[in-house]
Design a protein around this ligand. Structure first.
Ligand SMILES: Nc1ncnc2c1ncn2[C@@H]1O[C@H](COP(=O)(O)OP(=O)(O)OP(=O)(O)O)[C@@H](O)[C@H]1O
Length: 293
């Protein structure tokens, strides 16, 4: 579904340049439900905005389904956004209309795109567990319920790809679990590919694959040790975070580059050079050996 290779995004303002993505590689399979984590400023939102067609990449390649998002024309980009992708933000609910009902809020974007499908709008609200609340005005719903209305809206155009930026950022744990349950259902039953960007390691721990971004590059991949384990099914030690259920792998790109965490480099005082040895089984990176005697 998604292939990014050597993806670069540079923000230019006056005489300042910020390299937000510096040659990022990422593959997401059709029908996958995965998460992207990373520190603040690592480039997560930049990546999501590019995938959502809200921002243009500077260089490299990014393919979503049949669309090449580097070369895509403005007209096709509008079509891509309308037909392929759905977006959920942390504070999506802020963009909803408080004096309209949940159902009217879902119908509004349908109206704007010229085709209101009331049956589908109702079905969407049922999917997000708001069947009983669809005629309530938005201001009568809790923050978590409003966020679920926002999820229903993101599915109005029947997207093949759903992008969620911190979808549980401002809700409590119970609502966060509920939202994750909705994502899982949409993924399983409708086959929607879902990419979640989050700081929340508990949330990330509930998906099979997590990719960590560091300094605008994919650095580590976490794969669930037992993908058949039912998430939230009791056996899973979710509270222990990612490492408890996932195996961590460092990402090696096509030409053999990998990122060594800064804390490892600092601990060994490695700056611009290192020694590398291969002992037949392991590759050992150490501070440069002194050339003198
Ligand atoms: N419109 C912009 N103009 C200039 N610089 C930007 C712009 N958007 C993002 N940046 C910079 O690009 C880098 C990556 O930002 P981005 O928002 O993608 O990070 P993030 O991982 O999503 O962070 P957070 O978790 O805090 O949202 C940061 O250094 C940021 O300051």
């Amino acid at each position: 579904m998604i292939t990014c290779e050597g993806l670069v995004k540079i923000y230019k303002s006056d005489d300042l340049e910020v390299v937000a993505l510096q040659g990022l590689n990422l593959k997401v399979e059709d029908g996958e439900l995965m998460a992207i984590i990373g520190n603040s400023g690592s480039g997560k939102s930049t990546l999501l905005n590019i995938l959502g067609g809200l921002d243009r990449p500077s260089a490299g390649s990014v393919q979503v389904g049949p669309w090449d998002l580097l070369k895509i024309s403005e007209d096709d980009l509008v079509k891509y956004k309308r037909e392929t992708v759905g977006f959920i933000w942390q504070n999506n609910a802020r963009n909803l209309l408080p004096y309209l009902s949940a159902l009217e809020n879902v119908e509004m974007p349908m109206m704007l795109s010229g085709k209101v499908d009331r049956t589908y709008a109702k079905q969407l609200l049922e999917w997000v567990g708001l069947k009983e609340r669809m005629y309530n005005k938005l201001h009568q719903l809790s923050g978590g319920e409003q966020q679920r209305v926002a999820i229903a809206i993101s599915l109005c155009n029947r997207p093949k790809l759903l992008l969620a930026d911190e979808p549980t950022g401002s809700v409590d744990t119970a609502t966060s679990d509920l939202i994750m349950g909705i994502f899982r259902k949409l993924n399983k039953e409708l086959g929607v590919t879902i990419v979640i960007v989050t700081h929340d390691l508990t949330l990330a721990g509930k998906v099979d694959r997590v990719v960590a971004i560091r300094d605008g590059l994919t650095s580590t991949e976490f794969l669930k040790r037992n993908p058949n384990m039912i998430p939230g099914g009791g056996e899973e030690p979710e509270e222990k975070g990612l490492q408890a259920v996932h195996e961590a792998y460092v990402v090696v790109d096509r030409v053999g580059r990998l990122q060594v965490p800064k804390e490892y480099l600092n601990a060994l005082n490695i700056k611009d050079k290192a020694s590398m040895e291969f002992d037949g089984e392991r590759i050992i990176i150490s501070p440069p050996k002194s050339l003198g005697g």
